[in-house]
Write a protein of this length. Structure first.
Length: 45
């Protein structure tokens, strides 16, 4: 039962870190043009 006092805060902290990383990626524009990256391989430079 004592392990829950360690695991619950760790899981909450990990969840918040994952949400912060996702928010950072969205705000930095990582998901702006998904189609362009898929088509980039088809174009010859």
């Amino acid at each position: 039962m004592d392990i829950l006092f360690l695991l619950i805060p760790l899981s909450v902290a990990l969840s918040l870190a994952i949400l912060a990383a996702l928010a950072w990626a969205v705000w930095r524009g990582q998901f702006e043009s998904l189609e362009a990256e898929g088509e980039r391989i088809l174009h010859d430079d």
